[in-house]
Design a protein around this ligand. Sequence first.
Ligand code: CA
Length: 243
Amino acid sequence: MRKAPRILVVEDEAAIAELIAVNLRHNGFAPTLVFDAEAARREVDAELPDIILLDWMLPGESGVSLARSWRQHERTKAIPILMLTARSDESDKVQGLDAGADDYITKPFSTKELLARIRAVLRRRTPDAADDTVCVGDLILDTATYRVNFRGQELKVGPTEFKLLHHLMKNAERVHARGALLDRVWGDHVFIEERTVDVHIKRLREALGVAGAMIETVRGAGYRLTALGLKSAVPVSADNPAP
Ligand code: CA
């Protein structure tokens, strides 16, 4: 069974927050409630949620300011944020989206609309979260059976390497900083050194054999999985002549 997506609800009006939480729980999500920006920061520092529902008007620091600051940090910049607000002005909407919100919902909203928007944001952020199989070139990863295949051959990949590979394949061609990989694959990087990523990348390359060349080191930036990496790595020989 899939883990319930963790939703951080940042909303100072307790009645609204409770109502949202009850509805989220009934629909298979795992909500955490906080009532101000300070508590929201603490939660996010402790563990990255899958999505944040962020009220615009909070006591003290506003939701817009909070969204902006999360977007400026490597660790938090990719968290999906859905802004909640009583404002319906178009210019406010633009300001919210400029601050880094993925979407925007105006109070009062129906549960149905909220859930639809949450699902849409999650889908956009992780377009293949619902798919069990990911393919890049000849490399195929299946999360339902926990199998990795390359050109018809099954490869033995350890559990951490599997998660790492899954993330790299879902986001193929993109460069991932070590810190970002720690957050996405290990969940939280507070107690793990970035060097750990290098160790697992090395193991993953070994496990992939020839396909290991698909994982490129991007100097000073991190790692990237690319279908192109393979071509240059296949040695040209009598058995494998250059085209
Ligand atoms: Ca409020």
